[in-house]
Design a protein around this ligand. Structure first.
Ligand code: AMP
Length: 220
């Protein structure tokens, strides 16, 4: 029998650690991790037409229109590294995006959803300490400090607070998150493909929970 190919979709509120955890799982499985947030920040940085259009939404914590995201994902999924399977972080974010993804991939892959649960209070707490680097690395003043304060361990550049990590914007993003999670949870429940993880544990414990649940899925 042909081995199934998997897509693992991570979702959780901002600051739930889904970025970190999707990278860990990606490295373990040898799958690329596709983060629409990262792809958009890259487009912004190189000042592409798409990046410039997306920028005004990102700054306000609003979702970037689905057509732009769809175009970007369509392009990304043509790359050969996705043929074995891949991980998604931050996409799909609404029912339309889920539908687009299903159309792009459904018959070729088995889709699983990994939900990282964190309370609103903890989200606000976490986001105020997040520091990022242009190279893509992400730190936290309390949970994951860089070795030298304010400096990236990987490339030595100065760390900064993302515009959309400011408290008013975080509240806006949280509200969007709740809307976006609804269709994903519904899909996961309907097809019995939902993995729920308690996100308010130590990062290593979250990682272990994900690994053991994903291992069961892959073995079956
Ligand atoms: P993230 O890094 O996933 O927190 O995303 C940062 C910002 O990029 C979000 O607040 C949105 O403005 C935008 N964004 C990322 N992914 C998507 C998506 N799938 N759909 C629409 N907007 C997105």
């Amino acid at each position: 029998m042909k081995k199934p190919r998997f897509i693992f979709i991570f979702f959780g509120p901002p600051g739930s650690g889904k970025g970190t955890q999707s990278d860990v799982l990606g490295a373990k499985l040898g799958y690329p991790v596709i983060s629409t947030g990262e792809l958009l920040r890259h487009e912004e940085k190189i000042k592409s037409a798409l990046g410039l259009k997306a920028r005004r939404y990102i700054k306000k914590g609003e979702l970037v229109p689905d057509e732009l995201i769809h175009k970007m994902m369509q392009r990304r999924l043509t790359k050969r590294d996705t043929t074995k399977g891949f991980i998604l972080d931050g996409y799909p974010r609404d029912a339309k995006q889920l539908d687009d993804l299903l159309k792009l991939t459904q018959t070729k892959y088995e889709i699983w959803l990994i939900e990282i649960k964190v309370s609103d209070k903890e989200v606000i707490n976490r986001m105020s300490g997040r520091r990022v680097c242009d190279c893509g690395a992400s730190y936290h003043l309390i949970y994951k400090p860089s070795k030298k304060s304010g400096i990236c361990d990987l490339c030595g550049k100065k760390l900064y607070i993302r515009e959309d990590d400011k408290p008013a914007v975080v509240r806006e993003r949280l509200a969007h998150y709740k809307d976006s999670a609804t269709p994903l949870i519904a899909y996961g429940k309907k097809y019995k493909r939902l993995i729920s993880i308690k996100g308010e544990q130590a990062i290593v414990k979250v990682k272990q929970d994900i690994n053991s649940k994903v291992a069961k899925v892959i073995k079956n």
